[in-house]
Design a protein. Structure first.
Length: 514
């Protein structure tokens, strides 16, 4: 599957460079700087959005000790495979269900990804200093930091991806050992992201160190055909998923013969082009450090070693030319632009290819890199300290009304708290009450709220309730008929024993308490 490694470093890495006094110290400093930069993300305030949901699910695993069942509030959680939640719950066993422990569940796999990325680049034949700089550039990318320090599961998925790349290239391992390692890393990806781990197949294959692969035009054409098929298949699935009843469903002929088909097709094209622009923008911003340095190396004067041959047999490590990392990036981005709700997480699998490409370009100016490597590490450490001392932006903290609700509502014990399944923030409120509270939170449709038993707690934004805090943002609105029906109820309610007024308590029209 792979070729044998040569004892000549220039045969794999392109050119042999004499070691400098910084060669052994630089990787250690840079990896320590990356660890410091990631660990400062532990203290980032409250969990928000998806990490809040993951923390709530992990907390319930930790509380119930039922590792074979995932629950989000009172409902089974089938959205994600269980591996990340097992890791997070295990960390909760050590340090409790704190936001720092929840973020550590993504920081640890993220740093393991960084270490394996460094080892993979070295195994490709690059000098340790170049591999460390490329790894640092990856760690500086906002796309990576956004997920690695926020408590998201994508870093565990990246660990499986880079582990597979490292295993495929590690030809010194016996066949059985490589097979077992490859299975383990593939299992990490599958148990973290489910079917999304299938992206391993084209990505791993693109970096197989097969001799002569880059020189074959036939192979290039085959990969381009696979890329086109991947894009067409993803687009077809996207269209079917969104309009299966109108565009690709039973009414296909009727829709085709009408103006509706043309309108929908135009909408799809506009959304697709909008997705491309979105990802181009996100990619430029999210990968800004590595793109700028790589571009600078591309235009910088090449470093010439007079003792090395002008054109070495293998100009790039493992016979890999620039087009294959670029093709990897294209394979990642093509399906990424198609989801209805674009997110930067779809761009993360492009990080190994960007690191490989930047390493290849950094070889053009190796002396510059080795001279500036220690100041670069110091700059990263200073930046990490600056991030630690920077106040948390307001949008990273949960709404004050939500935290106030915990002081008024009995969320502990067997209490069941009911919230309406309407409006944008309902799932985040459910996650907040599940993570920071202790009771069961159930999410129901608005009509079902009226049929719920009288002992339950209905958490709604009520303009005419006294001492019941606002639980939703200002843009959240509940249908008027629901408020009217709830206010009209006059049956006895157990919540009067807690000091919170019942549903019809505020008949005097007083405004809610500040």
């Amino acid at each position: 599957m792979g070729r044998e490694h040569s004892n000549d470093p220039g045969a794999i890495g392109g050119r042999s460079h004499p070691p400098t006094r910084h060669s052994s110290l630089a990787p250690i400093l840079l990896l320590a700087a990356i660890a410091a930069m990631m660990l400062v993300g532990l203290d980032q305030g409250d969990l928000r959005q998806d990490p809040l949901v993951y923390g709530a699910v992990s907390k319930q695993v930790w509380q119930s000790q039922q590792w074979d069942r995932l629950y989000f509030g009172a409902d089974p959680y089938l959205n994600k495979p269980p591996l990340y939640f097992w890791v997070s719950a295990a960390l909760f066993q050590i340090g409790g269900p704190t936001p720092a422990m929840a973020r550590l569940a993504s920081i640890l796999p993220g740093f393991a990804f960084i270490l394996l990325l460094f080892a993979w680049l070295k195994n490709r034949g690059f000098p340790a200093a170049l591999a460390a700089v490329a790894t640092l550039l990856v760690a500086l990318c906002p796309v990576f930091l956004e997920h690695a320090t926020a408590g998201r599961l994508e870093t565990l998925y990246l660990l499986g991806l880079i582990g597979g790349c490292w295993t495929l290239d590690h030809t010194r391992l016996p066949t059985l050992g490589r097979s077992l390692l490859l299975t383990a890393f593939a299992t990490i990806g599958w148990l973290t992201k489910g079917p999304a781990a299938l992206v391993y197949l084209p990505l791993w294959a693109l970096l197989l160190p097969i001799p002569g692969m880059t020189a074959s035009n036939l192979t290039r054409r085959l990969w381009l055909v696979m890329l086109a098929a991947n894009g067409i298949g993803a687009l077809s699935f996207h269209l079917w998923w969104r309009h299966q009843h109108s565009l690709f469903g039973a009414g296909l002929m009727e829709a085709t013969a009408s103006r509706e088909f043309v309108n929908r097709f135009a909408v799809e094209l506009s959304q697709l082009s909008g997705g491309i622009v979105y990802y181009l923008t996100k990619g430029l911003v999210g990968f800004f450090p590595i793109l700028v340095v790589s571009a600078g190396c591309w235009f910088a004067p090449r470093h010439r070693n007079p003792t090395a041959p002008t054109e070495p047999p293998a100009a790039t490590p493992a016979g890999l030319s620039h087009w294959r990392p670029l093709l990897w990036i294209a394979v990642v981005v093509t399906p990424a632009i198609l989801p209805e709700q674009p997110a930067t997480r779809y761009l993360l699998p492009a990080l190994p290819a960007l690191a490989l490409l930047s390493c290849s370009l950094l070889q053009r100016c190796t002396n510059i890199v080795q001279t500036a490597i220690i100041p670069l590490a110091g700059l990263v450490i200073v930046g990490a300290v600056a991030v630690e001392l920077t106040p948390i932006p307001l949008h990273q903290s949960v709404p004050a009304q939500w935290r106030q609700a915990l002081q008024h509502l009995p969320l502990q014990g067997e209490t069941e708290n009911v919230i309406p399944s309407v409006g944008p923030p309902h799932w985040e409120l459910k996650a907040f009450l599940s993570y920071y509270g202790g009771g069961q939170v159930r999410q129901v449709d608005p009509p079902e709220l009226l049929a719920y038993p009288t002992g339950t707690w209905v958490l709604l934004q009520q303009q005419d309730f006294r001492r019941l805090p606002y639980l939703f943002d200002d843009h959240m609105e509940i249908d008027g008929w629901i408020l009217a029906r709830l206010n009209a109820e006059s049956h006895p309610h157990p919540r009067t024993e807690t000091g919170i007024p019942p549903l019809n308590a505020n008949a005097s029209g007083d405004s809610p308490a500040d």
